[in-house]
Design a protein around this ligand. Structure first.
Ligand code: ACD
Length: 132
């Protein structure tokens, strides 16, 4: 994962995000914002703690975690969940357990990050391109 630290990737395409947000119980107005916002994500590391920063014109959020250790997360849409992130090679697997369980797998590459977000039988795919 070292090769992908401190790099900014900006959302370039998104499929099924509205369905994903609906399944999470996100309301109409927030979904509108979600569907028209292109956030930037950036992963950094300090010692064995990683931080994933998500920035947008709407809100900025960040999670800090040690791989494999559960932590409490307040999500951008207002859920309180118990989260855990595992890192394997270039893949970050983020599981959120709450009223609804969801998994976000982020695969890092030199030029893009591919996020696959799953809830129930709904799969949302978001691709972020390296900001040069
Ligand atoms: C991303 C956004 C990931 C958001 C994942 C789940 C949140 C569920 C619903 C979103 C609700 C509002 C979304 C509004 C804006 C989206 C960007 C916010 C960035 C802080 O990682 O692509």
């Amino acid at each position: 994962m070292e090769a992908f630290l401190n790099k900014k990737y900006k959302l370039a395409s998104s499929e099924n995000f509205d369905e994903y947000m609906k399944a999470l119980g996100v309301g109409f107005i927030t979904r509108k914002i979600g569907n028209t916002t292109s956030p930037t994500i950036e992963l950094s590391r300090s010692g064995d703690e990683y931080t994933l920063l998500t920035s947008s014109t709407f809100k900025n959020t960040s999670i800090s975690f040690r791989p494999g250790e559960e932590f409490e997360e307040d999500t951008v849409d207002g859920r309180k969940v118990k989260s855990r992130v595992d890192i394997e090679d270039n893949r970050l697997t983020h599981v959120q357990k709450g009223e609804k369980d969801t998994t976000i797998v982020r695969e890092f590459f030199a030029d893009e990050v591919k996020a696959t977000m799953t809830i129930d039988d709904i799969v949302c795919t978001r691709v972020y391109k390296l900001v040069e």
